[in-house]
Design a protein around this ligand. Sequence first.
Ligand SMILES: C[S@@+](CC[C@H](N)C(=O)[O-])C[C@H]1O[C@@H](n2cnc3c(N)ncnc32)[C@H](O)[C@@H]1O
Length: 433
Amino acid sequence: MNTRLVAAKVLSRVLQDGQSLTAALDNALLAVESVKDRAFIQALCYGVCRQYHRLDFILSQLLDKPLKDADVKALALVGLYQLNFMRVKPHAAVSETVLAARKKPWAKSLINALLRTYLREQEGLERKADKFQVAALSHPDWLIKQIEQDWPEQALTILQENNQQPPMVLRVNLSKTSREDYLQLLAGQDIAGESVSFCPSAIKLDKPAPVDLLPGFAGGLVSVQDTAAQLAAGLLDVQPGHRVLDVCAAPGGKTAHILETQPQLKELVAVDIDEARMQRVSENLQRLNLQAKLVVGDAANPSSWWDGQSFDRILLDAPCSALGVIRRHPDIKLLRRAEDIGQLQALQKSILQAIWPLLAPGGLLLYATCSVLKQENERQVQAFLVEHADAVELSIDADWGISGICGHQILTGESAMDGFYYALLSKSPKQHV
Ligand SMILES: C[S@@+](CC[C@H](N)C(=O)[O-])C[C@H]1O[C@@H](n2cnc3c(N)ncnc32)[C@H](O)[C@@H]1O
């Protein structure tokens, strides 16, 4: 098996067909048995997506005209990535990458020539890339502009953080064990990690570890979830007897956390439009031995699934651009388009408006996104408040994030967290006349 070829084919699915990296990689890895090979293919695919805009610029400098063959282009990027970003010996990187092109003789000599030219001219080419913003920051131009517009002072940090590998963070199931006891279990397996001071369930691991090595994972002692996402359950402040609605719930990370936090709920109803993703909610709840009512339905059209009884708490983890989790899904930089943002904003608005009537007077709705764009976040909530006289924003007083016009924003990388946004809305109690 030529691991470079497998990686190139995965990348070609992303670059040419617009498939998500997770889907393309999961599919390709089914045929790869060796753990070492799997890890190498994964590192190549994630790395090339992370550095795509830089590598593509360098490739353009090495070619007279753009490469039309998507597989060969992907292989060239895989070659360049190894030479600049990996500790693979250059001669091995070149010969193995060239070997991967053996079925296309023209491509074999082209890749050989361009990788060798790169090695000869590496310093000058990298200097040139540093002067061209898209290549230097390895982001598409529209996204750089959008982030600079929203966060002029923090943009550079956000863009640099987007290119880092994210930490693996665990959520300890505090209904079953304490964080201190779980840290000891981890230490017993030689897995090092530290508590996150402002989030009672979170442990940040020093190095990612396979979930099968996490003590008690299968038995529901722990889950994998970024710290930023673990803040939702606390903000929702669920109390015994509450009826809770979790809309846009799949794959159920926050659903499970809410249930772990408060075992005496009257009911939790989890809704998602995607049946396959809903299956993952079911699997996650099963592992954790938790119960919820799972509904496959459109959150923007509650009349098709709502039983007419109001909810004391609603979590709306809205579908969004996911620009706050680029570290975890670097293919977002390749697949997301500027025009998607307006469409997502419209979808978020329609869901928010449709579910607001389901909230009981005096109840709380937590609006969340994993985006750093104001259009999806504070401007969305601000417009909602203007149109809904019975909605009041409650300020979030926390040791993390930035307060804006409304809501609270975590910018990617703050305390090693994903980029996230939260706004807490309360519905005014009924006025008696
Ligand atoms: C950010 S993810 C939710 C993550 C989840 N809350 C968690 O913590 O694991 C957004 C979800 O919204 C769902 N979604 C998108 N449009 C929807 C709609 N109109 N109605 C219901 N769910 C929708 C997607 O299928 C996706 O699972």
